[in-house]
Design a protein around this ligand. Sequence first.
Ligand code: MF3
Ligand code: CO
Ligand code: CO
Length: 254
Amino acid sequence: MTITIKTLEEQEKMRKAGRLAANVLDMISDYIKPGISTDELDAICHKFITEEQKAIPAPLNYMGFPKSICTSLNHVVCHGIPGQRVLKTGDCLNIDITVIKDGFHGDTSRMFFVGKPSIKAKRLSDIAYKSMWLGIEQLADGKYLGDIGHAIQSFVEKNRFSVVREYCGHGIGSVFHEEPQVLHYGKPKTGVKLKAGMTLTIEPMVNAGKKEVKLLPDGWTVVTKDHSLSAQWEHTILITKDGFEVLTLGLDQR
Ligand code: MF3
Ligand code: CO
Ligand code: CO
């Protein structure tokens, strides 16, 4: 497989898909309250994506994933499966949304807090958020993927948190997970050279404790091995001649 360069027409479709994915997160943010279950959040998103947006929730049946969104709570790193678990004050939750519109994918995730977060949870989420943006700001035609990984890793580790190695960002387009793999660690001027027209995600998973993770027997849920908190933010981005265009900005991120 090779890295796809999107035509202007395909870039426009990526913009649409990205905007829809961001709209789902804007919509669901009002529902993040004590007492709601992650299954209910999944059902609300499913209905919104299919009925309002006339789009497809990409996770549903993707390699056997059973739901339309990923909900990763507290020490869950990623790919949490919505279920009967009810949100309670103090929880921190990542919701990861991927929609398909006109054959193209938009993929984005954010952290949400139920009630007031602990100082530690807030700081972890803030560092993960800033690390994502430091990675994004590296993006431009002619830069290297190693530049992105290095920017993220050095910032996270300077703040005494750790970067998960087993999962990464990815190229994205008509295929959910395309080449290249976008590692959230690395060395400057190494790896794939970026070119205008590439679209990819940056989605660092940052742990409060050690970087090691463990896959639960359900085959999807990834948790920190030491049960420390984990946080993640994700955007889908287009590489342009002089920089980048973030395709999944939310209402308060524009
Ligand atoms: N949205 C995730 C990502 O950022 C992938 C989820 S795959 C699923 O790449 F099957 F778990 F939904
Ligand atoms: Co992704
Ligand atoms: Co995602």
